[in-house]
Write a protein that binds this ligand. Structure first.
Ligand code: PHE
Length: 384
């Protein structure tokens, strides 16, 4: 801290305790203090500086105490004492301001090892994007919210009662085979209806909602479901559905058709047509499958690629794409929630359920459902 050619300040022994001599000694000391304080550049310097001046055992102030105050003759003690106190205050203040300076200077004043390298590229936190399946589900839900439907959700681990029994799949009914799934192990001691399984559809939320809310009711239910389907380009043991349920007095099949036709036009464009074919679900009667005219080939079954005409694959050249299952709520289903105001003699309703993953495949022209679940960022980024 001291220039090499100049010896470091040392507290001189005093023999003359006259005022001018004390003035001179104090002046030298303060000059050294000032000089050394300007050289404090970092925390290491600061510690050395503080120790040199304040260390109890061997600091300059301790020397001053010994060499000046203790050595002073009785009649000079008062004067010397006052001066020493002043010097102490000055030293403390200098150290305090040196401390503040080194703090304000920030990391740049720390040792070289800690210095920030501003040439390094900053940490990048890429913003996430909605997964294409979730995005599609949100779009579908949005269409129904605009029609006044509210959103309900239910558990993915469901009981046999909600997934099957209350939806009019009696125990051992062959319709259960169409929705095989995983059961939680070691539940043999429980009654069948209480056994837990991975839900195979979002329909159990129909019953759960009707148990807690009285009619009229209009709900959409997005959610994850599981089935014992080996994975391939169009199947996944885990996939997503959006369910809908409307219950009121005098709900007819015409309401179902009008509602779903409107929803498809909102989702796929106003030129799509819809068509219904008879089907079977235990919990709806009558039941139907709804088709939409193929929005890829426009319903012609053929696609023009360049100058060539090719068969349209997504609709298997039929011009129609099967998009959802639906029907009028079976009176037996209302029977399970009759006590909550669902008397099948007074009310009626329709329900529908669609596969969100399948719709996402069609919407984005993706040809393998597995791509949605492999988590490859290069694939997913394209939807950001
Ligand atoms: N839950 C049925 C399925 O998963 C779809 C459906 C829902 C059918 C509602 C009719 C009414 O296949």
């Amino acid at each position: 801290m001291t220039p090499q050619n100049q010896p470091a300040y040392a507290v001189p022994k005093l023999t003359d305790f006259s005022a001018p001599a004390l003035d001179k000694a104090a002046k030298d000391l303060l000059a050294a203090l000032e000089n050394e304080s300007t050289k404090v550049k970092n925390e290491g310097d600061l510690k050395t500086f503080r120790d040199r001046w304040m260390a109890r055992k061997d600091g300059i102030l301790t020397h001053v105490n010994h060499l000046w105050l203790k050595a002073a003759p009785k009649d000079a003690k008062r004067d010397v004492g006052q001066r020493v106190n002043q010097l102490k205050a000055e030293v403390e203040q200098k150290i305090e301001s040196a401390l503040q300076q080194s703090q304000n200077a920030g990391p740049q004043s720390r040792g070289d090892a800690e210095r920030i390298d501003i040439s390094l590229p900053a940490l990048r936190r890429p913003i996430g994007a909605e997964h294409p399946v979730i995005k599609t589900m949100n779009e579908i839900v949005g269409v129904f919210r605009n029609l006044g439907y509210s959103v309900e959700e239910g558990p993915v681990i469901e009981s046999d009662y909600y997934n099957f029994e209350s939806l009019n799949f009696p125990p051992n009914h062959p319709a259960r085979d169409t929705q095989d799934t995983l059961f939680i192990a070691n539940q043999e001691s429980k009654p069948q209806r209480e056994r837990l399984l991975l839900r195979t559809h979002t329909s159990p939320v129909q019953i759960r909602t009707m148990e807690k809310m009285k009619p009229p009711l209009r709900i959409v239910i997005p959610g994850k479901v599981h089935r014992n389907d080996p994975p391939d380009a169009s199947h996944s043991p885990m996939f997503h559905q959006v369910e809908g349920l409307a219950v009121d007095t005098n709900i007819t099949f015409g309401d179902l058709k009008g509602t779903l036709d409107h929803a498809m036009k909102m989702l796929f464009g106003s030129s799509v047509k819809t068509s219904f074919r008879p089907s079977f679900f235990p919990f709806t009667e009558p039941s139907a499958e709804m088709m939409v005219s193929c929005f890829i080939c426009g319903g012609s079954g053929k696609r023009v690629v360049g100058t060539k005409e090719e068969p349209c694959r997504p609709c298997k050249q039929s011009g129609w794409i099967e998009i959802l299952g639906c029907g009028m709520v079976d009176p037996n289903v209302f029977g399970f929630v009759k006590e909550n105001g669902y008397d099948p003699k007074k009310i009626s309703g329709f329900a529908f359920g669609m596969g969100a993953d399948r719709i996402a495949l069609l919407k984005y022209g993706v040809d393998d459902i597995q791509l949605f679940f492999q988590g490859d960022v290069r694939f997913l980024e394209q939807f950001g």
